[in-house]
Ligand binder design. Structure first.
Ligand code: SIN
Length: 270
């Protein structure tokens, strides 16, 4: 490989040194793709590239989505802007994988630090494969055959009028995904429920659904399957949404924090 990879933990996260994201040739892209599959979360620092170069870098890995609800940048609809100020306090501080309410949710996201608070605002990542592997055999047998319903109305839908929500529900009806998904490239199995977007587990009582969602979320919240990234301006973090979850820390008020994301479209989970 033409760059250096320093793992953050045995199974999750690595810092990558020696890549210029504005100049990635085919061989480097292939090596980055391999490192991404191996480590699930890659951190690349001091990448002072333009927004257009950010988008072009994302496109090396697939088609980019235009998020139907999140605020973007007018000229560049592929960019999702997550901007928190003293007046508008927002952090994506619930564990989730991106856009699981889509029928074909995201394969991966590439996020850039734009305005970073002097303290706080880190992002935590969890390895959904390692979290699944640590479940007891009884729990694996219980959750393996199940499906979960993912619904945007639990989050973005709250900001819409009743009419607007009903209109969007026609376009984005609740999506049904396996509770444990198989990674299409590595074959590894991992937890694919998250409390942010999952409304319920199909075919079980409301109490049982809650119990299962809760148990799986606690498996994700185990620090032993996690890594944590401290941001700087022009730090880029790319994560594989098929086998990880993430959660921004909600601990930097009243400081400002702005990050910008491109989201690579994935395939239907199985
Ligand atoms: C996201 O959920 O995509 C954003 C995470 C962050 O703000 O660190």
């Amino acid at each position: 490989m033409a760059f250096e990879v320093r793992p953050l933990t045995a199974t999750l996260g690595a810092e990558v040194f020696g890549v210029d994201l504005a100049n990635v040739d085919d061989a480097t892209r292939d090596d980055l793709r391999k490192a991404w599959l191996d480590h699930k979360v890659l951190v690349l620092r001091e990448q002072a590239i333009t927004i257009v170069e950010h988008i072009a870098f994302g496109r090396l890995f697939g088609e980019l989505e235009v998020h139907p609800f999140a605020t973007g940048i007018e000229e560049h609809p592929e960019i999702v802007k997550i901007h928190s100020t003293a007046e508008f306090k927002y952090a994506a501080s619930n564990w989730h994988s991106d856009v699981t309410w889509r029928e074909e949710p995201s394969m991966g996201s590439i996020l850039r630090g734009v305005i970073i608070p002097p303290a706080g605002g880190d992002t935590c990542f969890a390895d959904a494969t390692a979290a699944y592997a640590r479940l007891s055999d009884e729990w694996k047998v219980r959750v393996d055959p199940l499906f979960a319903i993912h619904d945007f109305t639990r989050t973005f839908g709250r900001r819409l009028s009743d009419e607007g929500r009903a209109e969007k529900q026609k376009e984005y009806p609740p999506a049904r995904h396996p509770v444990v998904r198989t990674h299409p490239e590595t074959g590894a199995r991992g937890i694919y429920t998250n409390r942010t977007f999952v409304s319920h587990i199909e075919g079980v009582s409301a109490d049982e659904s809650e119990e299962i969602i809760d148990h799986l979320e606690r498996a994700i919240m185990n620090p032993s399957v996690q890594c944590r990234v401290r941001w700087d301006v022009d730090t880029f973090v790319m994560w594989d949404n098929r086998c990880t979850q993430h959660c921004a820390t909600n601990d930097f008020w009243p400081q400002e924090r702005r990050v910008e994301r491109v989201t690579v479209i994935g395939d239907r989970p199985f």
